[in-house]
Design a protein around this ligand. Structure first.
Ligand code: ARG
Length: 265
């Protein structure tokens, strides 16, 4: 009886170890599959369409880049706040989510060559008529919203006097603006323009302060140290920049003058 029990325990434990191993190693098998994280709350770059599938400029782009590089892949929808942590702890292999290439970020992760040039734009309530610049918004101690830990947020930190209101999602900052919960919002220009046109309240009650106020490059993000992956992604992206694929997607998603496809040279 005792022997039988021990055999059973042994068989069970071998099975557990084996199945655990399978789960962990599936990504290292002969046919490597890249896990790609993307934040689906940033229309028209990435969002869930009516069928509940990931869709948008960056979804199309990353599929084209990894297929062209010969990888299998799986897309996972991860919120902005979880993207960098998941990459660093190797839950995902790649992240694409309108992420600006910044020197500080390069200490923790690797970036591909740029796939888009964009920048920040500022939306202000129309009834705040005495401010036509961020300096003036600072003077009147305005409350301006931005998504936390984004370049928009860092941009606002340069203006002493502005009361920064942070949001987990860019869309929430926009809804708050429409409800007069803040005086203005800073965001990536493509997305700010999209939400501005989409939300009737905003179109009527808000205005842009100038146009694009900064120049930033978006890159695909990878773990540091995977040089082979970076080389493959860069080579594939370079080819798609050169053969016009990226520009075609820019046209398909109507990114207009708010974002520019970098030259492939
Ligand atoms: N480009 C900005 C940055 O890198 C904002 C990115 C926000 N992306 C997003 N999917 N919510 O900081």
């Amino acid at each position: 009886m005792l022997l039988k029990n021990n055999i059973l325990k042994f068989v069970l434990s071998v099975f557990c170890v084996w199945s655990l191993g399978c789960g962990q190693d599936s990504r290292d098998s002969k046919n490597p599959k890249l896990v790609i994280a993307i934040d689906a709350t940033f229309v028209p770059m990435s969002f869930l369409n009516d069928q509940g599938d990931l869709d948008g400029f960056e979804v199309d782009l990353i599929k084209a880049v990894v297929k062209n590089a010969g990888f299998n892949f799986e897309l996972v929808n991860v919120e902005w706040g979880g993207l960098f942590g998941g990459l660093i702890t190797k839950k995902f292999d790649l992240v694409i989510s309108s992420i600006t290439i910044l020197e500080e970020r390069k200490n923790r992760m690797a970036f591909s060559i740029p796939y888009l040039q964009s920048g920040v734009s500022v939306l202000v309530r129309k009834d705040i008529s005495n401010a036509d610049s961020l300096e003036q918004l600072a003077e009147i101690k305005a409350t301006v919203g931005a998504q936390i830990n984004t370049t928009s947020y860092y941009f606002l930190q340069k203006y002493e006097g502005i009361n920064i209101k942070t949001y987990e999602k860019f869309g929430h900052a926009i809804i708050d603006l429409a409800n007069k919960g803040n005086d203005g919002v800073v965001g990536d220009s493509v997305q700010a323009n999209y939400y501005f046109n989409k939300n009737k309240e905003l179109t009527q009650n808000a205005r842009f302060l100038g146009s694009r106020l900064s120049s930033e490059n978006y890159g695909i993000v990878m773990g540091k140290g995977n040089i082979e992956l970076k080389q493959k992604i860069d080579a594939s992206l370079k080819e798609l920049l050169k053969n016009g694929t990226v520009q075609k997607l820019h046209d398909k998603w109507n990114l207009g003058e708010f974002a520019v496809v970098p030259s492939s040279e």
